[in-house]
Design a protein around this ligand. Structure first.
Ligand SMILES: [Cu+2]
Length: 487
């Protein structure tokens, strides 16, 4: 599917011609070594049928890239240039956002902020250099709560120039669907109950678009397993029974390899984790991968099913687990400018509850405030301001000086979890509830627990207007969005 276009000449590329004529002008100089290789892909977004539940159930009508759910896995080498022609055959306007990979603002794919939406029958050419290696993903940034839920998402894998040694390198796109008994997507998108509570939780969890039964492994093999949480709202806490996976990257960014606490890998919506899984069970063994995030709803995700053949090796592969770092600017913490960012609203809004508990007119005031928020679809706030998904014009939440370091001191004054995503940048997580982070952790999406306080830091080195929002897509739709301007 990928086509290679060397600089200065074209081979078999549908996109040759007009695009290549201007190529020399748009290629940055220096950096990753020339000539840079351009990889062309096409993503046609259209209505399609997918077998999500399995052959025994009817096919599900989905919205899909290239007819498949998830969309095609795009693999590219670090330093290469990715060029994707996105074509919209949906009954709605759309865009493509490249989650977690640092791109120029005009390529970020946020409708009405970084580009006009792509209308039905129209197309848009995305083109950027992949500076960071890692596990990223793509999805629409137009009515995301509906379009991502209908199946529009895919993995973008940027391979290191010298990848670490593994036997297999695989992606698990985790998703969560709310299906009717006829295996069709329930069309109650943006229901106020979901918007004001935990977001849209489904009843069907898939790996790579299918309800999984078995995942075949071989005794002795080392797998690099790239987990992507593509669900609108579901948070995962996965345990690989009988195994001790190492985390080697979070949100695509390398971390010192570590075994997570209680062996549990917690992934909020939009987050990724790269695991190294040494399969040291015996031939014929079977182990379960369990999700334990919601205590009342633990479930078996899939079984690791060992092949009966002879082991590949008797002890774990003796090779380095460490990934080379990406070229990220380290924030200068001593001189960083601090901003306080407070999240508010939602069901059981602590601010409203405090008013209600005072009784008398406090109670009726609380009720009328709640009704007003529902009417406007403005359920959530950042620093007291709500920007519902259907509003496009608003003042920036913060304006930052290009090149300076910043600390955002985030306080979640709500009763709900929020995976907060910053576009165009990667940040360090400094502390949680005042306790310093024991690891050097770079993320683009940080999961903030109810009432939790989290400090993040980054260098504002990518100019433009960037979204900063909750990646529970119903929360985003319900106002939990702000723009961070880097000028
Ligand atoms: Cu949220």
């Amino acid at each position: 599917m990928a086509q290679t276009v060397g600089i200065g000449f074209c081979r078999r590329s549908l996109l040759c011609g007009a695009a290549s004529a201007g190529l020399a002008a748009v290629l940055p100089r220096g950096g990753w070594g020339n000539p840079r290789t351009v990889r062309d892909h096409k993503l046609v977004a259209a209505v399609a049928q997918a077998s999500i539940v399995g052959a025994a159930a009817p096919a599900t009508q989905v919205w899909a890239y290239q007819g498949s759910v998830p969309g095609p896995e795009i693999r590219i080498r670090q330093g290469d240039r990715l060029r994707v022609l996105a074509e919209n055959q949906l009954p709605q306007e759309t865009t493509v956002h490249w989650h977690g990979i640092r791109v120029p603002n005009a390529m970020d794919g946020v409708a009405h902020l970084t580009q006009p939406p792509i209308g039905t029958g129209q197309s848009f050419l995305y083109e950027f250099d992949c500076l960071d290696a890692g596990t990223f993903w793509y999805h629409p940034h137009t009515k995301s709560f509906e379009q991502v839920e209908r199946g529009l998402a895919g993995a973008l894998i940027v391979e290191e120039a010298q990848p670490i040694a593994v036997d297999r390198d695989l992606v698990w796109m985790l998703d969560d669907w709310r299906l009717t008994p006829e295996a069709q997507i329930s069309e109650d998108f943006g229901h106020m109950m979901d918007v004001s509570h935990a977001g849209r939780l489904g009843n069907t969890v898939t790996i790579n678009g299918r309800v999984p039964e078995q995942f075949a492994v071989r005794s002795g093999e080392r797998i690099r397993l790239r987990l992507v949480n593509a669900a609108n709202a579901r948070i995962f806490a996965l345990e690989f029974q009988g195994h001790q996976p190492f985390v080697i990257a979070l949100d695509g960014q390398p971390t010192e390899p570590y075994m997570p606490e209680r062996g549990r890998i917690i992934l909020g919506p939009a987050q990724r984790a790269d695991l190294l899984l040494d399969c040291m069970g015996r031939p014929g063994d079977k182990f379960t991968v369990i999700d334990r995030f919601y205590p009342q709803q633990q479930f078996r995700l899939v079984d690791l099913s060992y092949d009966k053949g002879a082991p590949l090796r008797q002890s774990p592969l003796d090779a380095s687990m460490r990934l080379p770092p990406n070229p990220l600017a380290d924030p200068a913490l001593q001189e960083a400018v601090r901003h306080t960012v407070e999240f508010g609203g939602g069901a059981m809004d602590p601010k409203l509850m405090r008013g209600m508990n005072r009784g008398g007119s406090g109670r009726s005031g609380m009720m009328s405030e709640m009704m007003d928020r529902m009417r406007r679809g403005a359920i959530w706030t950042i620093n007291g301001v709500s920007v519902p998904g259907n509003e496009h014009a608003h003042a920036p939440l913060l304006t930052l000086d290009r090149g300076k370091s910043y600390v955002l001191d985030m306080l979640n004054d709500t009763e709900w979890w929020h995976p907060m995503h910053l576009h165009g940048h990667v940040f360090r997580v400094l502390s949680r509830n005042g306790r310093p982070n024991g690891r050097r952790e770079w993320l683009d999406t940080v999961l903030v627990a109810p009432k939790e306080r989290v400090e993040i830091a980054f260098v504002a080195d990518n100019p433009g207007d960037w979204m900063f929002h909750c990646h529970i897509l119903e929360h985003q739709q319900g106002g939990m969005t702000g723009t961070i301007r880097v000028a």
